[in-house]
Design a protein around this ligand. Sequence first.
Ligand SMILES: Cc1cc2nc3c(=O)[nH]c(=O)nc-3n(C[C@H](O)[C@H](O)[C@H](O)COP(=O)(O)OP(=O)(O)OC[C@H]3O[C@@H](n4cnc5c(N)ncnc54)[C@H](O)[C@@H]3O)c2cc1C
Ligand code: FES
Length: 364
Amino acid sequence: MLIGAAPQITEDALPVWGVDCDDDLICRAVADETHDVRSFHFATDRPCRFRFEPGQFLTLELMIDGQAVFRCYTISSPPTRPETLSITSKRVRGGTVSNWLHDHVRPGVRLRASGPSGTFVLPRAPDAKLLFLSGGSGITPLASMLRTLFDRAWDRDVVFVHSARSPGDIIFRGELALMARRLPRLRVAHVTESTTGEPGWPGLVGRLDARMLGLLAPDLLERKVFCCGPAPYMTGVRSLLDQAGFDRSRYHEESFSFEALPDAVLEEVTEAEAIAEATFSVTFAKSGKTVACPPGTTVLAAAKAAGLRLPSSCTRGVCGTCKSRMLSGRVTMQHGGGIRPREIDQGMVLICCSRPLEDLVIDR
Ligand SMILES: Cc1cc2nc3c(=O)[nH]c(=O)nc-3n(C[C@H](O)[C@H](O)[C@H](O)COP(=O)(O)OP(=O)(O)OC[C@H]3O[C@@H](n4cnc5c(N)ncnc54)[C@H](O)[C@@H]3O)c2cc1C
Ligand code: FES
């Protein structure tokens, strides 16, 4: 009888979620971060590795009240913990998905998701001096980046300034303090608009301003800045940096609203993709409407120009909201991660970033 070592399945041999396996995410745990912010931790049925860059997001595809809805959530966990994946959601008053997540997702609940997507990521070789600026739930991509630095024990000089409404609204407060105790060159500071609930609050009070920034990062001009937060917060940060003479090429930001994307980015993608030179017809099978799609125009843009209302969100191939079945025809599609290779093989397309190469029939 031969006795040998049992074959080992190394972690690298596991399929990568999103590429080799698109299994549902199964909620394993839920944790309250603040009174209105919750983290949801997921795994898959069969062993999979989650591979992503710190700062990327995924798109949840949910059925709520019989309607398909899509929303993006940053992966708040770091890629250095590849067996699980977490998102951290703030409950938005009147919001469809955030409230559904908070009210329905418990251990065992299965969710459909696609991704990872996004280019707001920590470089593989981060600069020596970093400044992370976050406001509210905009902390999530920066948390993933910081957790990655922490897990890899990378010796970087990081100043992390987080702005919140009150001390009780600070997300990951305890964990940030723990990391700051362990990483000698990490400094964490919080700026809160009020001291409600914690009268002895030792942090800064008000809104981030030039004086605070100068105090927290006197060597600001030597740092690379990563910023995420509500639109007014990021507008304020950009203006502070401009006043300080900061080199904008060292500034990176993420918005949680696709509407805030600068037009230049959309233009660039549009031109790069515009290879078809003829006008083709696009028939929408369910509505029975046929529209003309001129050269360089996406299927979604042609449909909108003709007055058709089709679901869409990011309009740049990232979120998956416009995913549709193509019943016949061929397209050129330059997407940003909002569709899986398997779905493309099954005849699905993202109509926001697809241009016809011949007449099309779309199942909408
Ligand atoms: C790249 C990216 C990453 C993100 N990461 C995170 C993250 O890590 N954590 C996080 O919490 N969020 C994140 N978001 C935001 C998230 O995708 C959702 O936008 C957020 O959770 C709100 O979604 P919702 O469905 O609850 O709200 P929605 O239903 O979209 O509503 C948003 C707001 O609009 C109002 N509203 C809705 N419908 C109407 C109407 N008909 N008339 C008037 N007002 C209306 C609602 O009352 C609410 O105030 C991210 C977004 C992007 C694009
Ligand atoms: S609208 Fe987001 S992928 Fe098409």
